[in-house]
Ligand binder design. Structure first.
Ligand code: SAM
Length: 270
């Protein structure tokens, strides 16, 4: 099962607006170890590799590598024309190409490294995408992806589930979480990567969001695709229901929502 229908993925990522809301929420409210440091630690780049980042969104990962002095070729691919346009305008020194993960417009054995950050849960056929990643990797090349664990932000989803008892239309927002957990997480990711590459190594990163009040929680929920399926009155009632459930949880010091990320790495040994 994928987290969302292709048309919904296209609508959600037509521009970076909704993704930017979530990125900003994580930047502002995360406590604990940093995703970027962990990702860099696992990749251990020398700076000379040719790197392909699939589902690159606004291209901040390859853009950061270039800004930090990476010398090798950097390419970002995204399905969304809007994202490619945005990334091309803001990330100098990186090539951006509009393409789908399961049909990459590159010759066999082009890249030393392929990365896929928070995107495989959107891909309808993950095995086909992983096969493509392996095809464009050079022998000995490295694949690394990061995705959400099935327990990701469980406290938030428990609140949404409880709010759905007060406002049944918000059940559709909760259903988003079910899709993400089953699409690509630690539950199935290890077997999929193992099947594609013949090897896999799995690691986890635990951190948390600490919210000082209900507003950033609501802003986050309002950025999710399922929220946009609710009518304006349903959104109003869902907001009130979430606010009501959150109220007793927002203790002094903030409300903590745990985040577990999963890293899956593999070598192209073929
Ligand atoms: C959650 S965003 C992640 C963006 C970026 N990697 C990051 O970590 O900030 C998912 C991105 O994957 C892209 N995407 C979804 N399905 C895709 C596919 N089949 N092929 C390529 N990109 C895809 C979306 O357009 C979106 O930009």
């Amino acid at each position: 099962m994928t987290a969302s229908h292709p048309a919904e993925v296209a609508a959600q990522y037509a521009t970076e607006q909704h993704l930017r809301t979530r990125i900003n929420t994580h930047l502002r409210y995360t406590v604990g170890p940093d995703l970027e440091a962990s990702f860099d630690g696992l990749l251990a780049l020398t700076g000379r590799e040719t790197v392909l980042d699939v589902g690159t969104g606004p291209g901040e990962f390859p853009g950061r590598l270039r800004a930090q002095g990476h010398q090798g070729r950097l390419v970002g691919v995204d399905l969304s024309a809007g994202m490619v346009e945005q990334a091309s305008a803001h990330q100098p020194g990186v090539e951006f190409v509009q393409a789908s993960a399961d049909a990459l417009p590159f010759a066999d054995a082009t890249f030393d490294v392929v990365t896929a950050r928070h995107m495989l849960y959107h891909v309808p056929d993950v095995s086909a995408a992983l096969k493509e990643f392996r095809r464009v990797l050079k022998p000995g090349g490295q694949f690394l992806c990061v995705t959400n664990a099935s327990t990701y932000m469980a406290e938030l989803w428990a609140v949404v589930a409880e709010a759905a008892l007060l406002e049944p239309s918000s059940e559709a927002v909760w259903a988003t979480r079910v899709g993400y957990a089953t699409a690509f997480s630690e539950l199935n990711g290890e077997a999929l990567v193992q099947a594609a590459f013949g090897n896999v190594s799995v690691s986890f990163l635990q951190s948390a969001l600490v919210f000082p009040d209900s507003q950033p929680v609501l802003t986050y929920l309002e950025s999710l695709p399922a929220w946009h399926h609710l009518s304006a009155p349903q959104q109003e009632r869902a907001r009130a229901a979430v606010g009501q459930v959150l109220e007793p949880l927002l203790q002094v010091g903030g409300w903590q929502v745990s985040k577990t990320l999963v890293f899956l790495a593999a070598k192209n040994n073929f």
